[in-house]
Write a protein that binds this ligand. Structure first.
Ligand code: OAD
Length: 233
């Protein structure tokens, strides 16, 4: 029933924005952050994904991001990512805004993607901002231009979101007729504010919807891949 309703909304909406989080990629073998098997169950984010860790505990910072980059070599987008890319081609989706840094939406073929928390697939110098090869980071080398510390182009705790991506996502969501939120705990500010900025309809697909059910017009509890595969579209 809810599946049919969401399909109808997707078909009748003239502008749909998808907002994804780590739950979008768990079925590809990328752990999320806050589930029992998520990254943050073993590691406190304040000790590692911060500018303080980068400055004062670079070994730990480097080890954490090296592990996440190397893990990406073994995994790939799943059919759910491909379904979203197909929806874009068919004019069902206007934009994917994601908190994920894995680049899976683009790899699956989505072209209009805003990476609100950056990308782990590119590296820059924390001091002079110049780009560096990913291998230099993996080998724990310093910046060849200024000797600064290399880091992935992700948003660390305490840093601002990429302004252009944020503005594009916000404008699209404000104007959207439908916002479909997929696989995020909605615990992290400011992205968790985005779904409520629309005047359009809102829907939420997640393994666990209990905390946010009242916020949305429609909720579907389940695994992203299965739910997307089963939508009659
Ligand atoms: P979380 O780990 O906080 O939430 C992931 C959500 O996806 C949870 O509610 C899970 O129940 C759900 N989930 C997991 N697997 C699923 C599946 N197969 N199908 C459906 N739902 C599933 O991840 P995010 O909300 O993305 O930021 O976290 C937001 C930000 O917190 C991340 O971007 C990261 C982190 O700190 C930075 O690193 C800046």
């Amino acid at each position: 029933m809810t599946n049919e309703l969401l399909s109808e909304w997707l078909q009748s909406s003239n502008s749909t924005v998808i907002l994804t989080g780590a739950g979008m990629s768990t079925e590809s073998g990328v752990p999320d952050f806050r589930s029992t098997s998520g990254w943050w169950k073993n590691i406190d984010p304040r000790t590692v994904a911060t500018t303080e860790a980068l400055a004062q505990n670079y070994s730990l910072f480097h080890e954490f991001y090296k592990m996440r980059i190397e893990n990406l070599e073994k995994v790939a987008p799943h059919e759910g990512h491909q379904i979203l890319a197909d929806w874009e081609k068919r004019g069902i989706v206007s934009l994917v805004a994601t908190q994920n840094v894995d680049g899976f939406h683009q790899l699956a073929g989505s072209q209009r993607v805003e990476e609100l928390h950056g990308s782990i697939r590119s590296i820059r110098c924390h001091r002079c901002e110049k780009a560096a090869p990913i291998e230099s980071f993996l080998h724990k080398e310093s910046c060849v231009h200024c000797g600064g510390k290399l880091r992935p182009n992700v948003v660390l705790f305490g840093e601002n979101l990429p302004q252009v991506s944020w503005n594009n996502a916000m404008e699209a969501i404000r104007a959207a007729e439908l916002v479909l939120v997929i696989g995020t705990s909605l615990e992290v500010y400011p992205v968790n504010q985005l779904p409520m900025m629309t005047k359009g309809k809102t829907a939420y697909i997640n393994l666990d919807i209990a905390h946010h059910a009242v916020q949305f017009d429609l909720t579907i509890e389940g695994k992203v891949k299965e739910v997307l595969q089963q939508l009659p579209l």
